[in-house]
Design a protein. Sequence first.
Length: 114
Amino acid sequence: QVQLVESGGGLVQAGGSLRLSCAASRNIVSINPMGWYRQAPGKQREPVAAISIGGSTNYTDSVKGRFTISRDNAKNMVYLQMNSLKPEDTAVYYCKLLTPRGPWGQGTQVTVSS
């Protein structure tokens, strides 16, 4: 069973930056699409960013130009660089293997203060 572990969340002021990391327990990052989701209090979990096997990326409109998804195949890591953070980015962020039954990580809290 593949496990995903996120890290890098925290409290940051609006306009600041954070980099989230997702560590995979097995060599899956290079051979599967990977993604980041987030869930704010009282809201449904939503997709934030995705990266394909070939390296193509997609972002939800609200983070385009501010967030960047990347991966390091050798380290089995996926990253989410978040710049120009806004209070509305406050949420628990989850890493996911983008296959039909791909696992979720446990999540990491990001809080952006105004």
